[in-house]
Design a protein around this ligand. Structure first.
Ligand code: PEP
Length: 257
């Protein structure tokens, strides 16, 4: 990790927990938190956002797993930026692999949602990453480039300051398989070079690029020791407060180590 960039560590609860479990989890994480050094966000399911927001402490940011790209109106089942703001949400995931590959979101829809997040003053965690067959075909960097160019279309360099990129190889998400630190570093370095070319060296240098895919306390340190790995987006391991906190500590450790 480069110490010029504040690490970002996110906890994606996906469609897990009930209200009681969610409250217990946020209380436990809040109880462990120590000040400074790392931006920490939790992404609970929509129905629990307000309740979690009321209990959140220790500087943890409240995040949403999705957003709809229009303002309030006739979009049954969707959730607007206005509603997320109302709930105290600060950060929104866009382009998560489950939304792309299970729900069927296109690059264009991911772009509309990302723009909406930024226009609403929120931070976007734009997720990208290749499928196993794309990796095996040597297409990792090309897939990341396509998803980044499409996802960031129409987004200015100023807006880019509120974007975190999450490189999440799809084959590593929820599978227990993790990219090696070297593979993650190679992908992250290519992503940073792309941002430098698309915007400017300053924008590329400032961009936080986090890794997601079966990150846990035992592998977080070696991943985040890589120059271009600026934190993590964590699913399974973040449902246990101690494990999630262990990853936060690894992020903090990578700043001094
Ligand atoms: C994720 O959902 O973004 C993720 C990385 O999940 P997991 O940590 O379970 O692989």
């Amino acid at each position: 990790m480069n110490t010029q960039r504040t690490p970002f560590v996110g906890s994606n609860w996906k469609m897990n927990t009930n209200a009681q479990e969610g409250f217990a989890l946020i209380d436990a994480i809040g109880g462990l938190m120590q000040d400074g050094g790392v931006d920490v966000a939790v992404f609970p399911p929509f129905p629990y956002l307000m309740g979690i927001g009321e209990r959140i402490k220790g500087g943890i940011l409240l995040g949403a797993q999705d957003i709809w790209h229009n303002g309030n109106g006739a979009f049954t089942g969707e959730v607007s930026a206005e509603m997320l703001n109302d709930c105290g949400v600060n950060t929104v995931l866009t382009g998560h692999s489950e939304r792309r590959h299970v729900i069927g979101e296109s690059d264009e829809l991911v772009n509309l949602k990302t723009k909406r997040v930024l226009e609403s003053g929120l931070t976007a965690v734009l997720c990208i990453g290749e499928l196993l067959e794309e990796r095996e075909a040597g297409e990792t960097d090309a897939v990341n480039e396509r998803q980044i160019r499409a996802g960031l279309a129409g987004i200015s360099e100023e807006q880019l300051g509120k974007v975190v990129l999450a490189y999440e190889p799809v084959w590593a998400i929820g599978t227990g398989k993790t990219a090696t630190p070297e593979d993650a570093q190679n992908a992250h370095a290519a992503i940073r070079a792309l941002i430098c070319g698309m915007y400017s060296p300053a924008a590329g240098g400032a961009m936080r690029i986090i890794y997601g895919g079966s990150m846990k306390p035992s592998n977080a340190g070696e991943l985040m020791a890589m120059t271009d790995v600026d934190g993590g987006l964590i699913g399974g391991a973040s449902l246990k407060a101690d494990d999630f906190y262990g990853i936060i500590e690894a992020a903090r450790g990578s700043l001094v180590g």
